[in-house]
Write a protein that binds this ligand. Sequence first.
Ligand SMILES: [Cu+2]
Length: 328
Amino acid sequence: MNQTLAVLACFVPVLVQADAGVTRADDHAPIGVMADHYHGADEVMFSYRHMNMTMDGNRDGTDELSESEVLNDYPVAPREMTTTMDMLGVMYAPSDQVTLMAMLPLIRKEMELVNRMGAEFTTRSQGSGDLKLTAIVHPEGAGPWHFHLGVNAPTGSILEADDTPMGRMRLPYPMQLGSGTWDLRAGATLLGRHHHWSWGGQLNALVRTGENDLGYRLGNEVEGTAWAAWAATDWFSPSLRLSARQWGDIAGEDAALNPDMAPTADPELRGGRRLDLGAGVNLRVPAGPLARHRLALEYETPLHQDLDGPQMDSDGMWTLGWQYDFSL
Ligand SMILES: [Cu+2]
């Protein structure tokens, strides 16, 4: 009995220390999660994320469609799409309760298509996306949770066009860079930290308001994600994450797009649901001249997709991120 107590007593300082604010690699969520943490008063953080998303083939509901099935109903079928995003971010905490965050995505999109005559062609768009402004709030005395409210300003273009075998044309909805509307975001995050591991969960909603200059409004989105991270060391932490999201169809339409030409131009073939599994790693430089720099990588792959189709099928996403914080 005394021995057991002695052994337990040895662990007490370790357990206390674990919760005493030691900075760890897993203090930040997997890099694909935004608004997962907040800062103390007068702290600033710069971040940069490089994201790469691939879509390959088409799906209707949960069934994959062949190219010829799509071409039976449409003169043009999308084959593959790559979205590359460079996301620049800055966070600043005017107080311990409120952290302000701004993020600007710089986007490049490329879509490979084929028509009924067998002609292959590629369309491209690039430019800045919608500027995201967010306030992350951790009320005084609150437990290990916080919430965030934000707005996406319509800084991204909805007028992207490119050359096709049919001439220069407005690109379909998924190739545009912004929503064209002011979009509201809200979310809540719950965090748990233990001696050798941590976990978190976040719920997010994105609500579009009004309609854009072209007369449409993208669908609303809801997302729930949960992760667990192993604190292998203070500076190295691998993680696993599940993310479930659902997004709606477009209301209204862009009159320059013909929905009979390609499924990507049909505002009623945009909604869907998807479950992704993410594997990631967070690294934090603990000391030396690069202290407080973080590097992180996450790969997400779809486990389940159910799309209002024909709609392009997600094939996975990489996120590589760098973060650096300091006090003013
Ligand atoms: Cu931060």
